[in-house]
Design a protein around this ligand. Structure first.
Ligand code: FE2
Ligand code: FE2
Length: 317
């Protein structure tokens, strides 16, 4: 009897174990099924992602190719623009040069006056700390200082003799004529050129022409031109004189410090004169002797032409 009871208990225990294991197994099978479903779903997502990635990759390669092409096109456009810009700049400078040549042609100056002026003025502009674009403008604007002479009658410009005061009054109008020729431009070089053409005969003390401007009311580029133009006239040949020696020319300019010329600029000029002489020698060494003898009257000659022996007076105050 005891044995039967024991056996029943074991069977009941085993049955309970079986049911528990069966439950566990069913649970595991459920989890396995869910995992499979999840895996399948993940696989599908992965496939979709891979497909997208492939498409993106294709699009990226295409975009990349297009970008390379755009970059090449852009380089060509920039190169063309640079080349056009250089041509424009060249044409611009060429036009200015021809305008200057037109006025010099009539004036029959030694030709190198404008080259020396450009270099002298550039040197002084550097010394007064003008920089970059301003220096570039000085370089191209200063040769145009006498462009208004194109409007002065040949009978005066080409006169082979001293100018009367009346004729000199006509010569003075080359400033306002130059201002008219160069007015209303938006280009920096021409704006500066107009100021120079108009005011390069003004004097520091207000006794110059055409407007009688005084001191710093005279634009700095015009003050620079005034001093360099006088130096070049003094050290150049004229029909009635050999070039003045540099020392005498400096004495004359020194005499005009604070009356004719900006005093600070005069000091800078005097301390830089060796460099200007070097420029003069360099430019003049390229002129033939015959050309050197060709010389004309300059409005700067008023010092000697209308007031004879004024230079000597300056020397022996
Ligand atoms: Fe002038
Ligand atoms: Fe001049």
């Amino acid at each position: 009897m005891d044995n039967l009871v024991k056996q029943d208990k074991r069977i009941a225990h085993l049955k309970a174990l079986y049911l528990k294991e069966k439950e566990k197994r069913m649970d595991l099978e459920n989890k396995l099924l869910q995992s499979r479903l999840q895996l399948k779903s993940n696989n599908e997502k992965l496939k979709t992602l891979r497909d997208h990635s492939r498409e993106n990759n294709k699009a990226f390669k295409l975009t990349s190719k297009q970008l390379v092409k755009y970059a090449a096109d852009l380089r060509t456009i920039v190169a063309n623009l640079n080349s056009t810009n250089r041509e424009l700049q060249q044409a611009y400078q060429d036009t200015i040069h021809r305008l200057v040549l037109a006025s010099e042609y009539k004036d029959q100056d030694t030709g190198n006056h404008i080259n020396r002026m450009s270099r002298y003025c550039l040197k002084l502009a550097e010394k007064v700390n003008l920089r970059g674009q301003e220096l570039e403008q000085i370089r191209f604007a200063t040769p145009m200082h006498d462009v208004g002479k194109i409007g002065i009658p040949d009978s005066i410009i080409l006169k082979n003799g001293r100018l009367t005061e009346k004729e000199f009054d006509v010569v003075k109008t080359h400033t306002t004529i130059g201002g008219e020729i160069l007015k209303n431009s938006r280009a920096g070089i021409l704006k500066m050129a107009r100021e120079i053409a108009l005011y390069h005969h003004e004097k520091w003390n207000g006794t110059g022409y055409p407007s009688g401007l005084k001191g710093e009311n005279i634009p700095l580029p015009a003050r620079i031109v005034a001093i360099c133009d006088t130096f070049d006239a003094l050290t150049s040949s004229r029909p009635y004189k050999a070039p003045y020696p540099v020392g005498i020319s400096c004495e004359i300019i020194k005499k005009g410090k604070g009356t004719h010329f900006d005093p600070a600029l005069t000091d800078i000029f005097l301390s830089s004169v060796d460099e200007l002489v070097y420029i003069k020698r360099e430019i003049d060494s390229k002129i033939s002797e015959e050309k050197k003898r060709e010389c004309a009257w300059s409005e700067r000659d008023i010092i000697e032409a209308v007031i004879p022996n004024a230079a000597a007076g300056f020397n022996n105050p």
